[in-house]
Design a protein around this ligand. Structure first.
Ligand code: SF4
Length: 155
């Protein structure tokens, strides 16, 4: 796929977390977004160049919820009542926290491998990044993320 791959930090984290959770193949999603294409591109090419995005990225591109570059979807707030209902607002919140934690700027380019190394070295306790979520979910996410990072980095 074309590079650099435009990707939101949390979308990248989700792909590596899914890898750690045992997912090897990403199927097309009913929304029509491109997670299966982007995930395959990243997992097959650890040296692929990524460009950090806070708005719509290459996964959002063909999504039915991407309306002129703005996500019109909502999130399930039943288990995280403090989170905003708008997926766009919630994603922005999470992505800004990831950027701050990892020292990333919007538009910055780096390889998938380097982003994994940065997450491994700087992520720390991610419960704070996902602070609207129950701690058990973040703990589970953290275990899978750590495993996914090791797998991706071949460590
Ligand atoms: S963030 Fe919104 S527009 Fe992007 S893939 Fe998800 S639902 Fe679609």
């Amino acid at each position: 796929m074309k590079e650099p791959i435009s990707i939101k930090p949390h979308h990248f984290v989700d792909i590596i977390t899914a890898l750690g959770g045992g997912q090897r193949v990403f199927e097309p999603h009913p929304y029509g977004h491109a997670v299966h294409v982007v995930a395959a591109g990243i997992l097959e090419h650890p040296e692929a160049t990524l460009r950090m995005a806070l708005g719509a990225d290459d996964i959002c591109g063909p999504c039915s919820h991407n309306v002129d570059g703005v996500c019109d979807d909502t999130i399930d707030t039943s288990f995280r009542p403090a989170a905003p209902e708008s997926k766009r607002e919630y994603n922005l919140l999470i992505d800004r926290r990831w950027c701050e934690r990892l020292g990333l700027e919007q538009g910055e380019t780096l390889t998938a491998r380097d982003l994994c190394r940065r997450i491994r070295d700087r992520a720390g306790d991610i419960a704070d990044i996902y602070r609207e979520n129950p701690v058990e979910r973040s703990a589970e996410r953290s275990v899978k993320l750590e495993k996914g990072l090791s797998m991706f980095l071949g460590e």
